[in-house]
Design a protein around this ligand. Structure first.
Ligand code: IMP
Length: 201
């Protein structure tokens, strides 16, 4: 069984990754399940790719395991692609999802162009120093008020293209079938199969 460390402490992301990325003979191990790993990696890169690589690299070095990381966020056209890489801390360091959503609604008050997309970069780092990245995105619009109780983050405010419902109103399986994370992880399962094969999967 090949163990891949998932470099996140975000339980919602972890649940989605576990749901989507199911490969025979490959076991996903969460950062919380291994003692002694760095608590948090400082996400100070200017791009999703830079932050995903940084998270995967640091925990790969600390654990000696093949390590995968997700860096993701929301880009809103009318806000010059903000919050982008700052999505988790849009309303300030340590803020919660409700505060981020409230700030997003304030910034978009009276703005007609609600076009936005979620982006996700998945990075994979091997203990021998090899590194790979893949991305996925999902277009949609920002609603005028939060809707639904599922998902996490900006899900209650994001309606994917072609759907009147928000991500938080849609079934998790429906979200995963079209989400930025679902797209990136399904690419990873296909394109990284040869890498996993090298490790005996
Ligand atoms: P990261 O941990 O720096 O990658 O932060 C990701 C942040 O982007 C999350 O805290 C959310 O605010 C937002 N985000 C990423 N993916 C999703 C999603 O699938 N739904 C809602 N918000 C998301």
């Amino acid at each position: 069984m090949l163990k891949i460390l998932v470099a996140t402490r975000n339980q919602h992301k972890l649940a989605e990754i576990r749901e989507i990325f199911q490969i025979a003979n490959l076991q996903l191990v969460a950062a919380d399940e291994i003692a002694g790993l760095p608590e948090d990696v400082v996400e100070d890169a200017a791009t999703f790719e830079g932050n995903a690589l940084k998270k995967a690299r640091e925990l790969c070095q600390a654990s000696g395991l093949l390590t995968m990381a997700d860096d993701s966020g929301l880009e809103v056209d009318a806000l010059g692609l903000a919050p982008g890489v700052c999505s988790a801390r849009y309303a300030g360091e340590g803020c919660d999802h409700a505060a981020n959503n409230a700030k997003l609604l304030r910034e978009l008050e009276g703005v007609a162009n609600r076009r936005a997309r979620f982006r996700c970069v998945i990075a994979l780092c091997a203990p021998d120093g090899r590194e790979w990245t893949l991305d996925g995105s999902c277009e949609g619009t920002i609603l005028h008020q939060p809707r639904g109780g599922g998902g996490f983050g900006y899900d209650p405010l994001f309606a994917p293209e072609g759907y009147p419902q928000s991500f938080a109103e849609l079934d998790a399986a429906v979200k995963n079938s079209m989400s930025h994370r679902g797209i990136a992880l399904r690419k990873a399962a296909l394109q990284w199969a040869a890498i996993f094969k090298d490790y005996g999967v």
